[in-house]
Design a protein around this ligand. Structure first.
Ligand SMILES: Nc1nc2c(c(=O)[nH]1)N[C@H]1C(S)=C(S)[C@@H](COP(=O)(O)O)O[C@H]1N2
Ligand SMILES: [Mo]
Length: 316
């Protein structure tokens, strides 16, 4: 079993309450996670170590941090895997706010500090499977999206959640010039029940530190049972809507990238098989070791029920 149940977690892995409360004080005192970087290393470390390790974590070995922060997809900074790490330092992530609108009782533009002051941060070690056929294991720091959504009070008519990334050509080279690989803003969406699922998180850190810009700072979505492109980065808007919202990759190639995009080894991409994957760091080229891709990326026990009765071949 790759995902542990709460009862399997030794108490030594659960953060002592005292440390947790201290971190809450820090956050409630208006200190955002992004401000942790400004603390003396010793203090920042103490605050960052005070995360509960989520029972939803996989016990697989995390990908090397150097790989997870240098092999990225973030087309706002270029289409080469090395471009985001080379270019994303130009992104200003503070101040940051997220507009939450649509079918909610409390629409507003929420500052990141405000969002974090209500967030119970956890470490979540998740597999990430890219639609291109590679995967990583990343220790995220984040909190359930459901917690934020409940706070803004979704209305009964809300059926989907739409997400938007920042548009800031001055700081994002992929958004200026003659060749722009995608229409902006980058858009993603989830069904409301998928968005409310406890596995779905908003991440603000990884490897116990503030999120690097190339990984979607200061706030990105992580939906571990779906292909990586659903995990939209540097989010500035979250809208609760009645109808299935348009998404960037579906608008680019509807026959290749569906709205659901659940990891599924049985449904191939029209141009390649999805049956196996290459774990980043486990050799490349001729020496690449490939592992079988798991249904729902191995999270089936938790999420399969969301799709009961749905034809997953038609709804790819
Ligand atoms: N805004 C935005 N979000 C994005 C992307 C992007 O190009 N722009 N790429 C997606 C893809 S294809 C993947 S695989 C993941 C990669 O996340 P990582 O670089 O943190 O591993 O981010 C996703 N989120
Ligand atoms: Mo991806």
């Amino acid at each position: 079993m790759l995902i542990r149940k709460a009862s399997d977690i030794p108490s030594s892995e659960i953060t002592p309450r005292a440390i947790y409360l201290k971190r809450r004080e820090l956050l409630q005192g208006g200190l955002a996670l992004s401000a942790l970087a400004a603390l003396r290393p010793q203090q920042a470390r103490a605050a960052m170590l005070a995360f509960t390790k989520s029972p939803f974590s996989t016990d697989e070995t995390p990908t090397r941090k150097a790989d997870a922060t240098s092999y990225n997809n973030f087309y706002e900074f270029g289409t080469d895997k090395a471009d985001p790490a080379a270019n994303a330092h130009t992104l200003t992530t503070a101040p940051w706010s997220v507009k939450i609108d649509g079918l909610v009782g409390k629409p507003a533009t929420y500052t990141l500090e405000d969002i974090l002051s209500h967030a119970k941060l956890e470490e979540r070690i998740y597999r990430l499977r890219c639609v291109e056929g590679w995967s990583m294991v990343i220790p995220w720091v984040g909190f359930p999206l459901a917690d934020l959504l409940k706070r803004v009070e979704p209305q009964g008519s809300a059926k989907y959640v739409a997400f938007e990334t920042l548009v800031r050509p001055d700081e994002m080279p992929g958004q200026r010039g003659i060749f722009q690989p995608l229409p902006w803003p980058y858009l993603e969406g989830l069904r409301l029940d998928e968005a409310m699922h406890p596995l779905t998180i908003l991440a603000t850190g990884m490897y116990g530190e503030t999120l690097p810009n190339q990984n979607g700072a200061p706030l990105r979505l992580v939906v571990p049972w779906k292909y990586g492109f659903k995990s939209i980065k540097s989010i500035v808007r979250i809208s609760l809507v009645e109808k299935q919202p348009p998404t960037t990759w579906q608008s680019q190639a509807d026959n290749e990238y569906g709205f659901y995009s659940n990891v599924n080894p049985e449904v191939d991409h029209p141009r390649w098989s999805q049956a196996t994957e290459r774990r980043i760091g486990e050799g490349s080229g001729l020496f690449a070791k490939r592992r079988p891709t798991q249904m729902f990326n191995g999270y089936g026990e938790q999420v399969a029920h969301l799709y009961a009765g749905l034809d997953l071949r038609a709804n790819y």
